[in-house]
Design a protein around this ligand. Sequence first.
Ligand SMILES: Cc1cc2nc3c(=O)[nH]c(=O)nc-3n(C[C@H](O)[C@H](O)[C@H](O)COP(=O)(O)O)c2cc1C
Length: 296
Amino acid sequence: LMKRSSPAEHRPLLCSETTTTTATQLCAAALSSKQKHAKEVFDRLDENEDGVITSSDDLKTILRDLDIEADTEDSQALFRYLDNNEDGEVDVEDFLPWYTDAAAAAEEVAESFQELLVGRRTVEEFDETPVNDDVLRRAVQCAIAAPNRRMSEPWRFIKIGPETVEKFAELNAKMRKNMETDGGRSSIVDWQKVPGWCVVTTKLSPGDAEAELDDFKSTSCAIQNFMLSMWSDGVGSKWTSGPVQKTQEFADLCGVDTSKERVVGCIWYGFATGGTKYADPRRRKKTVDDVLSSVP
Ligand SMILES: Cc1cc2nc3c(=O)[nH]c(=O)nc-3n(C[C@H](O)[C@H](O)[C@H](O)COP(=O)(O)O)c2cc1C
């Protein structure tokens, strides 16, 4: 009955205070481009350039080209609605205000999606409550929707159970003991208390470095989708890639054949201690203007 607060409830502003553009301005800018695009699409169907269309089929085509789902019945109903004076014509001046309202509603969805995306943070500390496997399955569903080269779908996701985590922890302790710099200090995070572990691998292509790199990029996209899906479910995550994961023992424990695939990361996931709003509030040092340039 008690609903955990979702990250969406404590979203940061879409744009940092150091930039002059506000989220609302961005939204208005996107809307203005959409209006121009709608005019372009309308004009394409208006072959005799008189500013009107005369069939609901044309309206259906326009809606489709503008990514608005509408069947024949919907298009006919909208045609009748927009044809104010019932003369069998829909004027571009009638259509554009209607489209602007529809696009503004879609912008709200886009804006909250972007805020969710910008609001994701790496979570450093987890409560011990296990996360339902449905959350994991949904995250993998989102992960495998990532863009990938030639549909190679080079990824694999391995859920790690407590017995294996215990072996990882032993391996970690052994490696830390051997590391002079560390002086045998134990890990800051108690691995066995991290509720969710998912190891992600990418396909190797011996002899084809380019394909392998592209597959690696694709798998990285998939991991980002995975973490965003979890975040949208109110579950925090952390992509880890420490020395333990680079060992053959680690791969063996995960059942990874290192002649065919490579571990890209190990994702820890769980409910953030103190709630996701207390996740590390690090922000990027660089702004959009620092990293975005253009050439004519
Ligand atoms: C490829 C990759 C490997 C990472 N490996 C580690 C790691 O081994 N240990 C760690 O503490 N964080 C690791 N991180 C998390 C980064 O430290 C974190 O993403 C970064 O500090 C930015 O914070 P944010 O995710 O909250 O934006 C890794 C992130 C990526 C993308």
